[in-house]
Design a protein around this ligand. Structure first.
Ligand SMILES: [Zn+2]
Length: 389
């Protein structure tokens, strides 16, 4: 059975002042403890047990923090601004009374059961599975985000094994963020026009804020753009998955890694946010597409990028591309982006399948985006960084 790890965000429902304060105290104490531990040399830190440290945190929580500071990600950190408390899988429980879900876990004032609200209806089946013990539980993090408290619950669910015979190709670009098509026949376009327009608007304001040296507002503005991008990517990936489901096919995409170095783009185009290929987070689109497909028993494969936009999808000859048009010497005409996605779908050579395990890890770390963990996860750094000019 294939598995996919997902992070479910549950908002604490009608959280009173006392509990808000309690969670804040726990976070502060957890951060303090983590920083205290980081001051100890790594070799000695590995020997630390809950018996040797003084903290009001329950040993289950403290233990998790110790484990975190000696883990591969935790040991690289020098100092935490904020480290959210993490409850390991044995110590939390999901319950349901009436229609209300609640989460129980240890706090600094004994075990608490706190009601949670679900942000999105499509998570309900997963929660029901969790109640029934059908999913593999992961840990829970208490996250403070935009003045509200959330529980980020990680669970691993079983998904059907991928066994599709066909493939649809997805071409990603600027004029069309994504064009998806089977090897032959009609495709679907996801235009980038509105996106370009919106990005120019974001860029304009960013420039203004930068010139006025309003850095705090600038940071907020960047986060806003990022959230918007993420939501667009969620929508597009969901639609691509529906298209793939309709065709009962896996999805093939171009391997864009290193595209920044090899793809030529004029300086003028690059400095225009609407046109720039640099900062649209295709990486995040890829991630979202990957796990959404896996949930449906389909897979995402990568094919090498060269020639997909240069050869004719009807006869395979190298043709001429001019803006949106593609003409081949044999008189075949195609829309350039559609032609590329046909080519990607037709690719018969070697391809590599995306590792879902890596996706899961990224998702876990993306749960602490916006610098909540003090450091940006290195995997996300490159593809999601904003260019400031
Ligand atoms: Zn042709």
């Amino acid at each position: 059975m294939a598995k996919v790890t997902r992070t479910i965000k549950l908002k604490f429902h009608n959280l009173n002042k006392v509990k808000q304060l309690l969670f804040a105290q726990m976070t502060a104490e957890n951060t303090r403890l983590a920083n205290e531990l980081l001051a100890i040399p790594y070799v000695e830190r590995r020997e630390v047990t809950t018996a040797k440290i003084i903290t009001p945190l329950k040993s289950a929580l403290a233990n998790q923090t110790i484990r975190h500071t000696i883990s591969a990600t935790g040991r690289k950190v020098k100092h935490y601004k904020c480290l959210p408390p993490e409850i390991n899988k044995q110590n939390w429980k999901l319950e349901k009374r009436g229609d209300t879900y609640s989460l129980s876990f240890p706090t600094i004032q004994g075990d608490k059961r706190v009601p949670v609200a679900i942000a999105s209806l499509h998570w309900e089946p997963i929660l029901e599975q969790t109640l029934a013990g059908e999913v593999e539980k992961g840990s829970v993090k208490l996250i403070y985000h935009r003045k509200r408290w959330y529980a980020y619950v990680s669970v691993t669910v079983d998904v059907p094994e991928a066994q599709a015979q066909k493939r649809v190709g997805v071409d990603r670009g600027q004029n069309n963020i994504a064009v998806v098509a089977p090897a032959q026949g009609f495709g679907k376009f996801h235009s980038g026009k509105e996106v370009m327009h919106r990005r120019r608007y974001f860029q304009k304001r960013r420039k203004e804020l930068q010139e006025a040296k309003k850095f705090r507002a600038l940071k907020k503005w960047n986060k806003k753009e990022r959230r918007w991008m993420e939501s667009v990517n969620h929508t597009i990936s969901r639609r691509l998955v529906r298209f793939a489901q309709f065709h009962e096919a896996d999805v093939a995409i171009e391997d864009l890694e290193g595209c920044r170095e090899t793809m030529k783009q004029s300086k003028r185009n690059r400095s225009d946010a609407g046109q720039s290929r640099h900062s649209w987070s295709f990486y995040s689109l890829e991630q979202k597409l990957g796990y959404k497909l896996a949930m449906e028993g389909l897979k995402l494969v990568k094919v090498p990028a060269p020639y997909t936009s240069k050869s004719c999808s009807t006869c395979g000859t190298i043709g001429h591309r001019h803006k949106h048009d593609f003409n081949c010497p044999h008189g075949h005409y195609h829309n350039a982006d559609l032609n590329a996605s046909h080519n990607i779908a037709q690719w018969e050579g070697f391809y590599c399948s995306l590792e879902l395990h890596r996706d899961a890890a990224v998702m876990v770390s993306s749960a602490t985006e916006n610098g909540l963990l003090g450091t940006a996860p290195s995997l996300m750094n490159d593809s999601l960084r904003f260019r400031s000019e």
